[in-house]
Design a protein around this ligand. Structure first.
Ligand code: ATP
Ligand code: MG
Length: 246
């Protein structure tokens, strides 16, 4: 379980301090997908930076299974708003960044092969990020995060730059891969639809500095033809109401 208690983060701006998170608390259970939804600037990316171990300057406590966050001992996969691919490495090298090389032969790793094939980037292995479309870059970022078999997967609006159809394909692919290993996932989104489609739990945040307004169990998760169902419509209305009040 991830326990976040009274997490506060300040940025030092040129003239003033910006309080990005103010005593933010939540518990995140193992093996679930949590979608976080909240207005721009409420501190979502800041929260992920703390959880990933990149940001260390905070007050309050954050622990995974009772231990302080440490990317060296915990395997944490991070997919950033801007993909975070290394431009000087090709698709294969970018995908394998977090994978420990076993017996000097990475290609024998069946799981990596499965990921590359499912994300349809197995035919692009020699290309560099600048030679890829936005959707392809995003798939490489997802492949990299899954290939390392993380204990915790952090995704910061990973599909927001994609067109609607590619985005729905990516959401489905993500769920298919997730069902294989049920990795604990924190998924940030601006979209009510995406929060409902991907979240087993939905966390609604207030405007800056972000507070938890509600944590909802999502009855829509994993329903067939979700977008045509009554549950979808009523949850969608409920979420929009909470978001707009926050
Ligand atoms: N490096 C920085 N220096 C100063 N202020 C920052 C910095 N990074 C973020 N902030 C401020 O901290 C607050 C939270 O930012 P954060 O990026 O976490 O928001 P967010 O919820 O991810 O927003 P968005 O939905 O637009 O991505 C905002 O007010 C932002 O302007
Ligand atoms: Mg952000």
């Amino acid at each position: 379980m991830i326990a976040i208690k009274d997490l506060s983060v300040k940025y030092r701006g040129k003239e003033e301090e910006i309080l990005a998170l103010d005593k933010f608390s939540i518990n995140i259970c193992k093996g679930d997908i949590y979608t976080f939804i909240g207005p721009s600037g409420c501190g979502k990316s800041t929260l992920l930076h703390v959880l990933s171990g990149i940001m260390k300057d905070y007050s309050g406590s954050v622990s995974i299974d009772g231990q302080a966050i440490n990317p060296k001992t915990q395997r944490i996969g991070l997919i950033l708003q801007n993909y975070g691919l290394l431009p000087w490495k090709n698709v294969y090298q970018n995908t394998m960044l977090g994978v420990k090389i076993k017996n000097g032969n990475e290609l024998s790793d069946d799981y990596s092969k499965y990921i590359l094939k499912n994300l349809a980037i197995d035919n692009l292995l020699d290309r560099y990020p600048k030679e890829l479309s936005g959707g392809q870059q995003q798939r490489v970022a997802i492949a990299r995060a899954f290939a390392m078999k993380p204990d915790l997967l952090l995704m910061d609006e990973p599909f927001s730059a994609l067109d609607a159809i590619t985005r729905e394909e990516m959401q489905e692919l993500f769920l298919n891969i997730w069902k294989h290993n049920s990795v604990t996932t924190v998924f940030i989104t601006h979209s009510v639809d995406e929060a409902l489609y991907l979240g087993r739990k939905i966390v609604v945040l207030s405007a800056s500095p972000g507070r938890v307004l509600e944590v909802l169990d999502n009855p829509c998760f994993n329903l067939d033809n979700l977008r045509f169902r009554d549950e979808y419509y009523s949850m969608s209305m409920k979420l929009r109401k909470i978001v707009s009040k926050g």
